[in-house]
Design a binder for this molecule. Structure first.
Ligand SMILES: [Zn+2]
Length: 71
C-alpha cells in the first residue's frame, strides 16, 4: 500500500496526512493572525457578554414587523 507523505518545507517534519501538515505549518506562520482577534485585552466574561448583547440586538431587529418596513 502506497503511503503518501507530506513534508514540511520549513523544518522537514513528515506527516501522514496533508491536513496534519497544514495544521503544523501554522506554527511556522509569522504573519498577522488568521483569525479575528476576538478579545483585545478583554476578559472572556466581557467577550461573552458582548456576544450575548449582539445576539439580542439582532433578534430585536428580526422581530420588527416586515409589513411596516415595506410600507
Ligand atoms: Zn515544520
Amino acid at each position: 500500500m502506497e503511503v503518501e507523505i507530506h513534508q514540511c518545507d520549513k523544518c522537514d517534519k513528515v506527516f501522514n496526512y496533508g491536513q496534519a501538515l497544514g495544521g503544523h505549518k501554522r506554527t511556522h506562520y509569522t504573519g498577522p493572525p488568521i483569525c479575528r482577534p476576538l478579545n483585545n485585552g478583554r476578559s472572556e466574561m466581557e467577550v461573552a457578554a458582548m456576544a450575548a448583547a449582539e445576539v439580542v440586538a439582532r433578534d430585536f431587529d428580526l422581530n420588527e414587523p416586515v409589513e411596516e418596513v415595506l410600507l
